[in-house]
Ligand binder design. Structure first.
Ligand SMILES: [Zn+2]
Length: 90
């Protein structure tokens, strides 16, 4: 029988799988608070935005997107990122 994971456990596992993402989000949060980073409107004009990263290794390279555009951008990046990773030596 499969064990059902608690939401807490899911978040914990997600964090362990995505340390670069966590780090990038934290950097954005800190820099928003100290004023080094400013939110901007989404490309579609919406004002309620979230930080989108094209590259988590450049945490301050942020594109401000609304929820809908963010989901689309993440899909596109995932497609691109898998090819980028292949020829990037970290
Ligand atoms: Zn948008």
């Amino acid at each position: 029988m499969k064990k059902i994971k608690s939401p807490y456990q899911r978040v914990k596992e997600w964090r362990e799988r995505n340390p670069d993402k966590i780090k990038a989000q934290r950097t954005v949060f800190v820099n928003l608070r100290n004023g080094k980073l400013k939110k901007a409107k989404c490309l579609c004009g919406k004002r309620k935005v979230e930080a989108h990263h094209e590259d988590y290794f450049k945490p301050l390279d942020v594109i401000w997107l609304c929820k809908g555009c963010h989901i689309e951008a993440d899909k596109n990046r995932r497609a691109r990122f898998s090819t980028v990773l292949l020829d990037t030596v970290l």
